[in-house]
Design a protein around this ligand. Structure first.
Ligand SMILES: NC(=O)c1ccc[n+]([C@@H]2O[C@H](COP(=O)([O-])OP(=O)(O)OC[C@H]3O[C@@H](n4cnc5c(N)ncnc54)[C@H](OP(=O)(O)O)[C@@H]3O)[C@@H](O)[C@H]2O)c1
Length: 306
């Protein structure tokens, strides 16, 4: 029997739990962890599962148990929780953006814990997880002499989940935007990790990464943002460009590889961030038990499991 412990009963946790049950990837929800008892109770009642306010209260895993950790974009916040869950025997899937490229000492700790306890830790998602790393890597691997990779993603935030909107800065004045940038609550934490994943997977040494974030204004009020990350490795470059705005026209994703042959891949309308995240999580939950014990960043995962 495969059971799922949901750590973070937010919109992604709830959507992924429903998708995993619907698709038969897990048989039951083993428990729900959320410091907000009301949020935990909503999901716990739905699946007749026990509710905890902290991972300290969670029982040891039974054989086949998995945990989904979906509550923060910051690796320093999620890593201690993941390490605790792994020590209790859970295989862990997480959408934490910074987990895609954690600092070296954290990578070591996660990798060692997974090996020691015989489980897999998988970072998955849309961005990071697919659009700006796994997909462009697949495209680049089909070309010789890759000189540059450019990925652009345009998102209409009005079509996204509620919990995504505060990160876009929508409704802030410019002063409030500046304060939000300083406290790290707006913008996307996943672009720099995706750039590193690509540079690393392509084997490009001596990488230098710059990250530029600017607001999009409607009148004096912020309605979205543009973020541009550039990785330079000698003459070679990776450019990741993200535009997020309320009601943005012509949303979509595009990958351009300057190589032999040149290659351009377009996702018309864009890969939906919320539906896609649930799909990526379900795939990871389905297959994490088949992976040798280790910590897997998105570009470490095989295309075919089994
Ligand atoms: N990689 C990707 O492509 C991708 C895609 C989608 C989402 N994500 C990330 O996944 C995370 C979840 O997204 P979301 O939209 O579901 O967020 P959300 O709606 O804000 O939900 C997060 C939930 O987790 C709870 N929480 C906070 N600290 C916790 C802890 N220590 N243990 C357990 N639960 C805790 C929050 O409670 P409080 O409200 O009380 O804090 C909230 O109920 C976010 O960090 C998001 O950026 C990544």
């Amino acid at each position: 029997m495969t059971r799922l412990l949901v750590v973070g009963a937010g919109q992604i946790g709830a959507a992924a739990a429903a998708a995993a049950i619907d698709d038969g990837v897990v048989d039951a929800i083993a428990g729900v962890v959320d410091p907000d008892p009301a949020a935990g109770a909503r999901l716990g009642t739905q699946y007749n599962a026990p509710v905890y306010t902290s991972t300290h209260e969670v029982p040891q895993a039974r054989s086949g148990d998995r945990a989904l950790v979906a509550f923060s974009s910051r690796v320093d916040v999620v890593a201690p929780e993941i390490l605790r869950l792994v020590a209790m025997g859970y295989s862990v899937v997480s959408t934490c953006e910074e987990l895609a490229w954690p600092p070296r000492h954290m990578w070591n700790a996660l990798h060692t814990a997974a090996r020691t306890h015989g489980t897999a830790i998988v970072m998955t998602g849309v961005n990071p997880g697919f659009v700006m790393d796994r997909l462009p890597l697949l495209a680049a691997a089909a070309c010789r002499n890759v000189k540059s990779l450019t990925v652009s993603r345009r998102i209409d935030s009005s079509a996204r989940r509620e919990s995504f909107i505060p990160k876009t800065g929508r409704g802030l004045s410019l002063d409030e935007w500046d304060a939000a940038v300083a406290s790290g609550t707006v913008g996307h934490r996943g672009l720099v990790p995706s750039a590193h994943l690509l540079g690393h997977a392509l084997g490009w040494p001596n990488r230098d990464v710059t990250d530029f974030l600017s607001p999009i204004l409607t009148g004096d009020i912020v309605s979205g943002f543009r973020q541009h990350v550039t990785l330079r490795a000698g003459e070679k470059t990776i450019d990741l460009d993200l535009v997020v705005d309320w009601g943005l026209e012509a949303p979509g994703d595009r990958v351009v590889v300057d190589g032999e042959p040149p290659l351009e891949v377009e996702i018309k309308g864009g890969y939906h961030g919320d539906l896609g995240a649930a799909a990526q999580i379900v795939t990871a939950l389905q297959h994490c038990g088949e992976l040798p014990p280790s910590f897997y960043r998105p570009t470490d995962l095989p295309l075919r499991f089994g």
